[in-house]
Design a protein around this ligand. Structure first.
Ligand SMILES: O=C(CO)[C@H](O)[C@H](O)COP(=O)(O)O
Length: 429
């Protein structure tokens, strides 16, 4: 079998950063360099020209995702220095045929991207007949966030397509290895190389994995286990960033320092510090749940204290969030239990049994339903709607990864404004 090709996808907005990152990726063993679609949209064909100039010995791939005017877009990319131009496999046959004619004229090759194609096997055969040079089994970044897998798509094509097959979509060293074993001759990696603080090291790991593919048995993980693992690995700010800055509760703070709480909510509505329902909710909660208590924001009377915390800790409750006050903070802090509230006050209410457990509540400005996910740390508390928890957890991890590279560039001496090109991206009216 020929050595698989490693293509690094530069899905970035800034050309200087893209060139710098490409340089590091090439040092780690990347063969082909892709001007990613966001880079092309941000910088135009100048991105392709700059990469061609900087890397004369490497293949430059222009991920144009062509949907129309196949000939002219291939011509633009070819004249700018691309050797391979990407087209959407779903484009009409007339677009594909024109792109192929243009590619032959300018001496470049066409890669068709199967993103969102309903019947990838039949379409790949049609594309081969139309003269496409490579098929890309690609699951897009947004699709990855809801759990779609490029390896599943690749495996559907195995043995069915004569054209060389590339694969792209959330690959890392481990899945790149599996991709080669499943028949990919080109492995395309974006985020897991370009977002790393050590781009060269990340590229090297993928390089080694595809040169010596080895398949390790994978443990099946439930969706809830994935959600918990990811939310535990990211911060509350990463989560609200992933939700377009939404989901954060207002005015609630950690009372126990660096103690994080992650888990599905068991909701409690209580009245005037009545601690019956909050304490009964401990028995309703399972290990790993977070109690979210609305005390109507009252700061003069506490529905939660040390004995309740003791009981919650025994039960494995992951944390407590209160729209209102808590008491016995010194003891609770000693227990190391994650407690978040809007105030502290020494007096409790009486256990009369007013209120409800596991109904929709409003807590510190956010609606919380039973089973919605809570991520709370020293920055505050974020609520994630349960039906979006998997997607938001995946996106929050991408936010965290993106920050790793930005942090590294600041460490090397750039300002945050320079890394983000803030002036360029100020909103114009
Ligand atoms: O074409 C793309 C997105 O449309 C990406 O370049 C491709 O998905 C590879 O990047 P990643 O490894 O981050 O998924």
């Amino acid at each position: 079998m020929a050595t698989p090709t490693l293509q690094v996808a530069l899905d970035l907005l800034e050309l200087d950063r893209a060139v710098e990152i490409a340089d590091e990726a090439v040092r780690g063993g990347a063969d082909w360099i892709e001007a990613g679609t966001p880079l092309i949209k941000s910088e135009g064909m100048q991105a392709v020209r700059a990469l061609r100039e900087r890397f004369p010995g490497h293949e430059i791939v222009a991920d144009m995702k062509i949907a129309d005017t196949g000939a002219v877009e291939v011509e633009m990319a070819a004249k700018s220095g691309a050797g391979i131009v990407c087209i959407l496999a779903d484009a009409d046959d007339t677009v594909i045929a024109e792109a192929v004619r243009s590619a032959r004229k300018y001496g470049v090759r066409i890669m068709a991207d199967l993103i969102n194609v309903a019947d990838p096997v039949s379409r790949s055969r049609e594309l081969a007949a139309l003269g496409v040079d490579y098929i890309n089994a690609h699951v897009g970044i947004d699709q990855q966030m809801i759990g779609k897998s490029s390896l599943d798509l690749l495996r559907r094509l195995a043995g069915e397509v004569g054209t060389p097959v590339a694969v792209a979509g959330g690959l890392d060293a481990e899945t790149a290895s599996e991709a080669v074993a499943a028949g990919a001759s080109i492995v395309i990696v974006g985020g897991n190389i370009i977002k790393a603080a050590d781009v060269t090291g990340a590229a090297q790991r993928v390089r080694n994995a595809i040169d010596r593919p080895e398949i390790r048995p994978r443990e099946e993980e439930s969706r809830d286990a994935v959600i918990r693992r990811l939310f535990e690995a990211v911060s509350a700010p990463n989560v609200t960033d992933a939700m377009h800055r939404k989901g954060a509760m207002a005015g609630v703070v950690s009372l126990c320092g660096r103690k994080k709480a992650v888990g599905p909510a068991v909701t409690v509505r209580t009245v005037a510090g009545d601690w019956a329902k909050p304490v009964e909710a401990i028995d309703v909660a399972g290990p790993g749940d977070v109690l979210v208590i609305s005390n109507d924001g009252r700061k003069d009377v506490a529905p939660w204290g040390e004995l309740a915390t003791h009981s919650a800790k025994n039960r494995g409750v992951a944390g407590v969030v209160i729209d209102g006050a808590a008491r016995d903070i010194d003891d609770i802090r000693e227990m190391g239990f994650p407690l978040f509230a809007t105030a502290t006050v020494p007096n409790a209410g009486d256990p009369k049994g007013l209120g409800e457990i596991n109904t929709e509540i409003a807590c510190c400005g956010q609606e919380v339903r039973p089973g919605d996910w809570i991520v709370a740390d020293e920055s505050g508390v974020v609520v994630v709607p349960r039906e979006r928890a998997y997607e938001v957890a995946r996106r929050a991890m991408e936010v965290k990864k993106t920050e790793e590279r930005i942090r590294e560039e600041i460490r090397r001496g750039k300002t945050l404004s320079e890394v983000s090109e803030l002036l360029k991206w100020e909103k114009r009216r």
